[in-house]
Design a protein around this ligand. Structure first.
Ligand code: SF4
Length: 319
């Protein structure tokens, strides 16, 4: 599968603090990629940088042959009007204008593009609401008059209405109850069949495990592991990924690794320029004072850990 989105050596810095550090990642056309990591890992910054909402210090982002990081002024505005890439914000209440009706919110992108007349926009809005399972009768309501789950689906409908090729969804289910969560996850999974590529940002493995094709794991602003989600979760090669998997009840393994054996004992500290995970890693050695580069393993996977080749024996020997 060809890469629709190609991120190379992306570094984002706020006030001198490096939030994302030389991240390279390709998103293939038609796949669902999960991006996972804890608060401060850089996962939301990655999505925001792709959407042009975070200051890129260095590196480049290419989308379907267009170098987004090189676009400025009129060219950037023209590209944005295509709607090819849509960012779905985490908090619908903040993302939706409280004074706008659902119909206005969903039709916003189409109205801005200026290519369609009002009746066509109304038809597209109705279609987008149906696509996310919302009753067309909600079109006249305002965000404060519908439920949290409905608001989340309004955000998705707004993004889908413009016919995107890529959706960047930032924690799309973190604030939802179980029923709405499952509905939104099924909806995202179904987009694969319609040719829409999806990146789902999440801190929760269980919400990715059932829908994603591949997963990218971020820690401390660096990409530490990525690959097919089944392989990464059942046979992780990075201690942080292994801890995430061991701590998630949704990940089934034939020989589970106890999470306690994956937590560091504080034997070593992370040193500047070294592996950022060293202070938490039970397997750190002197070699980890130098930062590991991301290396390909098993063909379709990549890991940034000096001891990646020692798995799975590593955890059994050292635990
Ligand atoms: S490079 Fe060293 S400290 Fe970093 S994850 Fe691997 S073993 Fe642990």
């Amino acid at each position: 599968m060809a890469a629709l989105l190609d991120i190379r050596d992306l570094t984002v810095q706020y006030d001198g603090h490096r939030v994302l550090d030389r991240v390279s990642l390709a998103v293939r056309a038609g796949e669902i990629l999960g991006v996972i990591g804890e608060t401060g890992s850089g996962k939301t910054t990655l999505a925001r940088a792709v959407a042009g909402l975070a200051p890129v210090r260095s590196g480049r982002i290419d989308f379907a042959g267009t170098e987004l990081t090189a676009l400025r002024g009129r060219a950037l505005r023209a590209w944005r009007r295509t709607g090819a890439l849509q960012y779905v914000f985490q908090d619908p209440l903040r993302a939706l204008d409280p004074q706008h009706t659902v119909a206005t919110a969903v039709g916003e992108g189409l109205a801005v593009a200026g290519a369609l007349a009002a009746p066509e926009i109304a038809a597209r809005v109705e279609g987008a609401l149906a696509r996310v399972g919302l009753d067309p009768d909600l079109a006249g309501r305002r965000p404060g008059e519908i439920s949290g789950g409905q608001r989340q689906r309004v955000l998705l409908a707004r993004a889908l209405a413009v016919g995107p090729r890529l959706l960047l969804c930032d924690e799309p289910v973190s604030a939802l109850d179980a029923s709405n969560r499952n509905h939104v996850l099924r909806l995202l999974a179904g987009l694969r069949d319609t040719g829409v590529t999806v990146v789902v940002i999440s801190h929760d493995l269980s919400s990715l495990a059932g829908i994603a094709d591949r997963v990218a794991v971020l820690y401390g602003g660096r990409l530490v592991e990525h690959g097919p989600i089944g392989d990464v979760l059942t046979a992780p090669r990075h201690p942080y990924t292994a801890l995430l998997a061991a701590s998630s009840p949704s990940v089934r393994r034939s020989r589970p690794i106890p999470a306690a054996s994956l937590r560091g004992r504080g034997d070593r500290s992370a040193v500047p320029g070294g592996c950022s995970y060293a202070g938490r890693c039970p397997f750190a050695t002197g070699a980890c004072d130098a930062a590991p580069e991301l290396s390909t393993v098993d063909g379709d996977r990549a890991v940034a850990c000096h001891r990646a080749a020692e798995w799975p024996a590593l955890v059994q020997v050292e635990s």
